[in-house]
Design a binder for this molecule. Sequence first.
Ligand code: BGC
Length: 829
Amino acid sequence: MDGVMTPLTDGGADLRSRVARLSLEQKVRLLTGADSWALYPEPDAGLRRVVLSDGPAGVRGETWDERDTSANVPSATALAATWDCERVEAIGRLLAHEARRKGVDVLLAPTVNLHRTPFGGRHFECFSEDPMLTARIGVAYVRGLQTSGVGATVKHFIGNDSETERMTVDVRIDERTLRELYLVPFEAIVREAGAWSVMASYNGVNGATMTESPLLRDILHDEWGYDGLVMSDWTAARSTEPAARAALDLAMPGPASRFGPWGDALAEAVQDGRVDEALIDDKVLRILRLAARVGALTEVPAPPAPAAVDIPGELRAAAAGSFVLARNNDLLPLSRSSLGRMAVIGPNAEVARTLGGGSATVFPPYTVSPLEGLRAAGLDVAFAPGTLGHLRTSAARAPWLVRPDGSGSGAEVRFFSSSGELVGSEQRDGAVFRWMNGFDSVGAPEEIARLEISCVIRATEAGVYQFGVSGLGQFRLLADGAEVLDETLAVREGADPGEILMVPPQRLVPVELAAGQAVTVRLEHDVQSSPMAGFGTFLQLSLEVPHGTDDEEIAAAVEVAARSDVAVVVVGTTAEVESEGFDRTSLALPGRQDELVRRVAAANPRTVVVVNSGAPVLLPWADDVAAVLLTWFGGQEFGDALADVLLGYTEPGGRLPTTWPASTEGLPSTQPADGVLSYSEGLFIGYRGYDRDGRAPLFPFGHGRGYTTWSYDAITVDCAPVDLADPADAQGVAVCIEVRNTGPRPGREVVQLYASRPDSAVERPAKWLAGFAAVDADPGETVNVRILVPERAFQHWSDRGWTLEAGTFALSAGSSSASLPLTASVTVK
Ligand code: BGC
């Protein structure tokens, strides 16, 4: 850690002298990205190119396609569901290892906005509804990355808790709510993990767009003493002077000739005296400090190489550790020795949904679907899809998609200039195409006029296949030389770039094929006809293969379930349902999945439902099935981890980091009115809101079962009364809790501690998370766990800043926010 932190403490003079060597033009050039993912090198400052990459589910690198694969870790909510800071820190180290392998210096992660409402499109990408849990997990994630010499970018500062109108919305948050909820994770990560970079969000807060907001300087710099860099979200920097005067250091992406308001305009503003050059120097200093930390400056020691990691092993354990066993009527774990045939049913059983959509997308080297994982465990598996879970037709894939030369599954892309000259080609392994940084090796976006994508579609059975395209602009599709589609696909007015990326318009045409028939397909695209051409080119060759009607597929699944010993139904969403760029409009499972579950459970009482969604979905049948396992977007090892947990090789380690609603009643809205989104619920999000309203969710915050049982036997507070002004007590209040494993197996319990303040003079939530710790114990073993409750857990924000209401607080311990058998009190002053 020390080596990595050196430039922070004693590198100031060296960094300042490097800044002093640069002309105004050189300095200003550094303040806008060189391209989509990199900063400019500046030899006169000894600075090499610094590379950034999304995050948080892996390290995508500089390209956005399947040829440049990345380890896909479980989604952020899954990581928080482990309540296991050591495991998350290890995931941070794994990501650092990936970053170094891919030449990445700074990861654009973690996302520490809060789960204000499950309607939020990027819910899956955020850790929790609770600020304290988000802070603890976020600190661990950032430590793992940065102690391995890779920068974290804590995002999105601040108020980007939903997606609707995110580029323009003005979020109104009262000061107390901002301090006690939304700023908490940022503050903890800046102060405790020393974040090297923060990303300013697209939206505004209380009247100022965040890239110009006084909060950047007032809070980050002045209050928290933040010495890192503030970069804009992609295209969020919108003005020359206000953004320059605010504490925004880096406008992304670049170059300034195409994106962003700085470049020459900023140099002129400095020359005219409208922007003080000292501000520019401070921004450059912060960029150089980041560069020093990641080893991108000459004569500054490079950070240590990240330790080697067992990627599949870590990811498998992390996924299993995140699965929340929400309900178990003595069905799980399944006994391998007596298990007969297992029916594996559901749309998400066959196609692994391992991550959410938008900038969080990475391309894993492989994924293990539930079906593959259960088969690999050696089980006798009968599969039935049951119903279509996706709302849009997916990309063509193996075994139907074949390269024109037959060399494998994929397609060939050919690039043409405006004079019709062939300027390059790519052999691809899939049928999803996204070019963000120009066309990689073949040229800048303005140089490419036309693309041709060629492949063969081979029918596995006779029937009607839907051939199609998703994208923007003009497309022509030919099957065996005959035109089947010629259309210009237009963007929905006001659509967010994230929406365009994840759910662009789609057109399909039916083509009838005989079994074994191979059709040569060519898709032609006029690149410049897309209104997004300057930003990137995104398209997909889609294919829907013949399938029964939902009625037929459900009936077939029910029959398979009835003939099996146990039924595992994997339901869920897709990356196109849960994505950056738009919020969800419904929390229901897509398609007829609810009906599928009900009918399978009626046919086989030994039914376990595996919910494969990044965020809560409504489960109206939850009380009628034997077991419910919530598995999030589980990363590339999803299916193997599922087999481990169902068969009891591993405990389901997860506890809910977010309240799982029974209905949409009372959930905060994501919909702005006249450009304003008011956080009118104030402090009362998640369990704080349910408590206040006296409503019961389906599964409470913190809930989750293992495969053993626990008794909570004793609670003691170490020292009372506590004088938090006394340095000896300032660390906080130590609470000891005694728990015993009363069940038949070794297990792990997450002991949770909630604070409350009966008879407070201040309006407060009924309780709030104050600390947690995990314990492992053998059958019959008693364990004492010590939880340190920090001073901040007893404070509230008032006109006087952080304030302690002297008096007696209750501290209650238990296994979830709704099961707190032990309470102690502590008097603080
Ligand atoms: C997202 C960021 C992301 C950036 C770069 C933006 O649209 O909001 O989270 O890091 O794009 O992909």
